[in-house]
Design a protein. Structure first.
Length: 366
């Protein structure tokens, strides 16, 4: 059991604060160093989180500090090089979603971690929380019967100014649009609950924003357990929601939230004839909402003990491959993409640039 995990953060923007808070909340971890392209940002962050040392760049930080864990909170285009450098230096890596702009880059990150005997964790905090764990256990145990049909919706609103940020909305710097940057969280929770996927058919849409990528997408996903899911993503929806609905033989399971969920966001509705089982399906009395704190705590526990990663921190590629399949299907005008087809795809392992159906001029604006 490692006594204290010495942690470093690369990139001190908004999401880094969630990592800083999670590190501070863990009794056997210490934030020892930070770095950012903006020295002022890094210094202000360090002042807020206990005064870790500020370094000009990651290489200098790695050489000087030899941290146990590096938290990568930069834009996706930088993730591969930073993760490979951290793994090679002997650090475990916890990287924000999306893990990379391409499957090939994620392959490089996974290979570097494996070669160094280190772990690579992608932050998909929607998997966490007592409600998600409870529902997953019941689904895996067959308590609900077979999952049949599902809906996965990430309906968010980002105004034109959001896409005006130079690196956003461009294939070469963001890697993809809201399907990659936003919906991947709900897609990950869906796949966490339903397991391996079998096929994807999808289209990308540009409905209202000035962006090179999509501002909406639609997809149908078939899962290996027989379930069929409709996946809808939008960055143009004023009443925002993140939701999953799974209809099984014995019940409907729903979670409706925005950026995080607790017990109040989940509902299990028994099918006619199964009302007497509702008590067995009730959420546990002890509640823990989804959060970075929970994911990082459970991952830190595993790293300190040397045990396997918990379910909230494993499978770094599963939802990323599902999102990649959505882009690959759209590139083929809605063709069916399977895991085998994606593994040998001629273009979409290197990047997700795909044709987008532009419908901005299809209706009156007045």
């Amino acid at each position: 059991m490692t006594d204290t995990l010495r942690c470093a953060i690369v990139g001190t923007g908004a999401i880094a604060h969630a990592h800083g808070q999670a590190i501070a909340a863990y009794p056997n971890a210490q934030l020892v160093a930070v770095t950012d392209l903006s020295r002022d940002s890094a210094s202000a962050f360090a002042d807020e989180f206990g005064g870790p040392k500020v370094y000009e760049d990651l290489d200098t930080l790695l050489q000087a500090e030899r941290p146990d864990v590096v938290h990568i909170c930069t834009p996706p285009v930088a993730h591969r090089d930073q993760a490979v450098a951290a793994s090679t230096a002997g650090a475990h890596v916890i990287v924000e979603k999306p893990p990379a702009p391409s499957l090939e880059e994620l392959d490089d990150m996974r290979a570097a971690a494996s070669s160094a005997g280190r772990e690579l964790v992608v932050v998909f905090q929607q998997r966490t929380g007592t409600a998600a764990a409870h529902v997953k256990r019941l689904l895996d145990d067959g308590a609900f019967g077979r999952p049949l049909i599902a809906q996965c919706q990430t309906l968010w609103f980002r105004d034109p100014a959001y896409f005006a940020v130079p690196w956003r909305g461009k294939w070469e710097t963001e890697g993809g649009g809201p399907t990659l940057g936003h919906a991947i969280h709900q897609v990950d929770l869906l796949a966490f609950l339903l397991g391996e996927w079998e096929s994807v058919q999808a289209r990308l849409w540009r409905l209202d924003r000035e962006t090179q990528t999509e501002d909406a997408s639609t997809a149908t996903v078939a899962f290996a357990n027989g379930a069929i899911a409709s996946v809808v993503t939008s960055a143009v929806s004023p009443r925002e929601t993140s939701s999953i609905r799974i209809d099984t033989q014995r019940a409907t399971i729903t979670v409706d939230h925005l950026y995080g969920h607790g017990h109040e966001n989940w509902r299990i509705t028994p099918a006619p004839g199964f009302e007497d089982q509702a008590g067995d399906w009730a959420l546990p009395d002890s509640e823990e909402p989804s959060s970075h704190d929970v994911l990082i705590r459970d991952v830190f526990d595993a790293l300190r003990s040397g045990g396997p990663l918990p379910a909230v921190g494993d499978q770094p590629a599963r939802s990323f491959e599902l999102v990649a399949a959505i882009y690959a299907s759209a590139a083929g005008d809605g063709t069916v993409v399977t895991p085998d087809a994606l593994a040998a795809h001629p273009t979409h392992r290197r990047g997700f640039a795909s044709p987008v159906a532009d419908r901005r001029g299809s209706a009156p604006t007045g």
